[in-house]
Ligand binder design. Structure first.
Ligand SMILES: NC(=O)c1ccc[n+]([C@@H]2O[C@H](COP(=O)([O-])OP(=O)(O)OC[C@H]3O[C@@H](n4cnc5c(N)ncnc54)[C@H](OP(=O)(O)O)[C@@H]3O)[C@@H](O)[C@H]2O)c1
Length: 285
């Protein structure tokens, strides 16, 4: 199978390339090679590469900046996905697109399944939800995979970091570190998302999927585990979202339940703590 991966040098894209490469013919597409907001360019690239499957990790994912640049965010997260979905439909290319837990408002306070109604609180979540609809409604061979709190060995390209790189920098540079204890989610390594994506595309059942680690944790508890594992001496304190004034409204609870992966019998996602400990060891952190 020929698999084209958009955002191949990004956080998730890097692990997708690594996991898919031994078994599939992988074509890595970086931003220099494809511009998803330009439908003529998308058509030119995809008709020349002729993949059987397209994986899209490209996104405008600087959440606070999206509040100030909603049009730019919509162009990439919604219209860019529409372009990909349209061309995939025309060229009969199977299409897998990644979305986010931020499509939910957090009021449920229990894990969200694929059947729960989204209600995004911010521009980023709204544009990502629109992208989901374009993917699912413009291409009949599409998967949409919602992920949450992702971290990989290559930090997010657009943000220049992920939670782990950012918290370790703070531990080095600050006398003490404060982390919010009232945002609960399930941080997930991109390597596991890549592995479970390979399983999913082989199952061939299109539609919407949740794909995060098992269990749930606040960002503070997650940081505390990193402190314990790495024996960090810098004092770590729990804080509230209110202590960090921001333009962006975020869900206080955005845990995803991998209900559809479980129904198909292909949920491979480990517990968040097991995955975190493995990640720290594997990457010599
Ligand atoms: N970070 C999180 O915690 C989180 C949580 C939930 C969901 N997600 C979703 O997970 C997915 C992967 O995120 P990530 O952290 O791997 O992102 P990332 O590291 O920022 O990678 C995104 C990639 O897409 C490329 N790209 C950006 N705009 C493009 C465009 N217009 N055309 C073509 N390529 C473009 C970027 O290239 P350049 O850098 O060269 O522009 C980069 O290679 C995204 O869909 C994101 O919304 C992330």
């Amino acid at each position: 199978m020929k698999v084209a991966i958009i955002g191949a040098n990004g956080q998730l894209g890097t692990d997708l390339v690594e996991v898919f490469s031994p078994k599939q013919n992988v074509i890595s597409l970086t931003h220099a090679e494809i511009e998803i907001t330009d439908i003529d360019n998308v058509k030119k690239v995809l008709t020349s590469v002729k993949p059987d499957l397209l994986l899209n990790t490209a996104a405008y994912n600087k959440v606070p900046d999206a509040e100030k640049n909603p049009i730019e965010a919509f162009k990439i997260n919604a219209l860019g996905v529409r372009n990909l979905a349209k061309i995939c439909q025309d060229e009969k290319i199977r299409f897998l697109h990644y979305s986010t837990d931020y499509v939910f408002d957090g009021k449920k306070q229990m894990p969200y399944t694929e059947n729960d109604m989204p209600n995004p609180l911010n521009v980023y979540g709204n544009t990502k939800l629109s992208g989901e609809y374009f993917a699912l409604n413009y291409c009949e061979y599409s998967f949409v995979v919602r992920v949450s709190g992702i971290y990989g060995k290559v930090p997010g390209r657009s943000k220049g970091n992920n939670f782990i790189t950012s918290i370790l920098k703070q531990a080095k540079e600050r006398p003490e570190v404060k982390v919010v204890n009232d945002e609960v989610l399930t941080p997930t390594p991109t390597l596991w998302i890549a592995k479970n994506t390979l399983e999913l595309v082989q199952a061939n059942s299109y539609g919407l999927y949740h794909m995060s680690c098992e269990g749930e944790v606040s960002w503070y508890e997650f940081a505390k585990t990193i402190w314990e594992e790495l024996k960090i001496k810098t004092p770590l304190h729990p804080a509230s979202v209110k202590d960090f004034p921001s333009l962006v409204k975020r869900p206080f609870y955005s845990v995803l339940e991998n209900q559809k992966l479980k129904t198909l019998g292909i949920n491979q996602m480990p517990d968040w703590k097991e995955a975190l400990v493995e990640f720290l060891k594997k990457n010599n952190i």
